[in-house]
Write a protein that binds this ligand. Structure first.
Ligand SMILES: C[S@@+](CC[C@H](N)C(=O)[O-])C[C@H]1O[C@@H](n2cnc3c(N)ncnc32)[C@H](O)[C@@H]1O
Length: 348
C-alpha cells in the first residue's frame, strides 16, 4: 500500500475506535499506539534527536519537547474523551448555525494535532475549520508535515507558530477554543495564562474546552486507595478519600469576571477529618464538554498530586495554598502545623 494510504487507513480506524460506544481498553491502546508509530515512521522521527528533546521555556511556563508532546496520544482515556468532547461541541455549533463551519482554535497541537485530526473522518471542510497554534518550532514543522501527509490542508484556516499566552487573535470568528497545554494540578505548563489571554478576545458564546478544570484538596486513606486501585468488582464501592475544598478553578466565567483566585488562602482541617486518613493530595478534575469528563486517575492529567503523608499524632491543622503564574506555574503549598482548631471552615 502507498505510504500515505496506509497513514490514512490508520486515521480512519482511530476515528472509528474513538467514536465507538463500546471500544475496549485494549483496542483503544492498540489503535492509538499504532497511530503514533505510523506518524513517527512516516516522518522518520527519531525521538532521540536532540532537537526533539528540548523543552521551550516561556515567561509563563514550559512548552514540552516534541518527543513528549508526541507521546500524549497514548494518554488513552484523555485522548478519547477530549476528541469526543470536541466532536460534541462541533455538533452543537453546527446545530445552531447549519451551513457555516464550526471554527476551532486549537492551542498546543503537538506534532500531530491529536485532538482534532480524528474529526476530519466524520466532518467535511465545509463543516469544521481549524486555527492551529503551536510554540515549539520543531513540533510546528512536524504539525504542518502531518496535515500534508494526510492531504487535510482544506481543514486548516490558519497556522501560527507563536506563544499563545501573548497571542493577539487575528480572526475572532472562533466557535470552539481548545487548549491542551497542561499537566496534573495545572503545574509547569501555561494552560491558565493561555486561557486568560484568549477567552476575553473571543465571542461570548464561544465554547471553551476544557469547560472547567478544578483543583481540590483531598485527604486519603492510602490502604483503602490500594484496594480501590486493585478492585475489579464494579459493584463494590471503596471510599478512600474526602474532598475538603476546591482550591483553584479555571473556566470561562471566572476568566471573564476576572475572578481567577490568585490570592493565598488557607483551608483548615479538623482532627476529625484527619482521622483514618494519612495523606494530603491535590486532585485535578475536569469537565471537557457536557458529559465528557476526566476524573480521579483516569489520565496522566488527573493523577493525584501527593503533598504529604502524616500520622494522626502530627499537628497538621490546615494547608495554605496560592496558585502562582510566571515561568513555573502551579500551586504553592504550605502545611500549617499547630493545635487543631475547633470549628474548621474554609475561607474560600
Ligand atoms: C501536553 S502537549 C499536548 C499535545 C497535543 N495537544 C496532544 O494532545 O497530543 C502541549 C503542547 O502545547 C505546546 N505549548 C505549550 N505552551 C504553549 C504556548 N504558550 N503557546 C503555544 N503552544 C504551547 C507545547 O509545545 C506542546 O506541543
Amino acid at each position: 500500500m502507498h505510504r500515505n494510504n496506509k497513514l490514512k487507513a490508520i486515521l480512519k480506524k482511530v476515528s472509528e475506535v474513538i467514536f465507538s460506544e463500546d471500544t475496549s481498553y485494549g483496542e483503544l491502546q492498540e489503535t492509538l499506539r499504532s497511530w503514533r508509530e505510523s506518524l513517527e515512521t512516516y516522518h522518520e522521527m527519531d525521538p532521540d534527536t536532540p532537537e526533539y528533546n528540548e523543552n521551550v521555556y516561556l515567561d509563563e511556563g514550559k512548552a514540552i519537547a516534541t518527543r513528549w508532546a508526541a507521546l500524549c496520544i497514548e494518554d488513552l482515556v484523555r485522548t478519547k474523551r477530549f476528541v469526543s468532547a470536541v466532536k460534541k461541541a462541533a455538533d452543537s455549533v453546527l446545530r445552531k448555525k447549519p451551513g457555516t463551519p464550526a471554527t476551532i482554535l486549537y492551542v498546543g497541537t503537538g506534532p500531530f494535532a491529536t485532538l482534532v485530526l480524528p474529526l476530519t473522518q466524520v466532518f467535511s471542510p465545509s463543516e469544521i475549520q481549524f486555527d492551529l497554534i503551536e510554540v515549539n518550532n520543531e513540533t510546528f514543522k512536524l504539525l504542518k508535515a502531518t496535515i500534508q501527509s494526510y492531504g487535510l490542508e482544506a481543514y486548516v484556516r490558519n497556522y501560527y507558530c507563536t506563544d499563545a499566552t501573548r497571542f493577539k487573535v487575528e480572526n475572532t470568528d472562533v466557535d470552539i477554543l481548545l487548549v491542551e497545554c497542561l499537566q496534573q494540578a495545572l503545574a509547569r505548563e501555561p494552560q491558565v495564562k493561555i486561557t486568560e489571554n484568549l477567552v476575553p478576545q473571543l465571542k461570548d458564546d464561544m465554547i471553551l474546552i476544557p469547560e472547567d478544570i478544578s483543583l481540590s484538596l483531598a485527604l486519603l486513606n492510602t490502604a483503602q486507595q490500594q484496594s480501590f486501585l486493585l478492585n475489579t468488582d464494579p459493584t463494590r464501592e471503596i471510599d478512600f478519600y474526602k474532598i475538603i475544598d476546591t482550591v483553584f478553578s479555571i473556566n470561562k466565567e471566572v476568566v471573564l469576571k476576572n475572578e481567577l483566585s490568585y490570592d493565598e488562602h488557607t483551608v483548615l482541617i479538623s482532627e476529625d477529618q484527619l482521622k483514618d486518613r494519612n495523606r494530603i493530595s491535590i486532585f485535578t478534575e475536569m469537565t471537557l464538554f457536557e458529559d465528557e469528563r476526566l476524573t480521579y486517575n483516569e489520565s496522566g492529567l488527573t493523577i493525584p498530586w501527593d503533598i504529604t503523608d502524616y500520622s494522626t499524632e502530627s499537628q497538621i491543622h490546615g494547608v495554605t495554598l496560592k496558585y502562582v503564574t510566571g515561568s513555573e506555574p502551579g500551586l504553592n503549598i504550605k502545611i500549617k502545623k499547630g493545635p487543631y482548631e475547633k470549628a474548621p471552615k474554609s475561607n474560600i
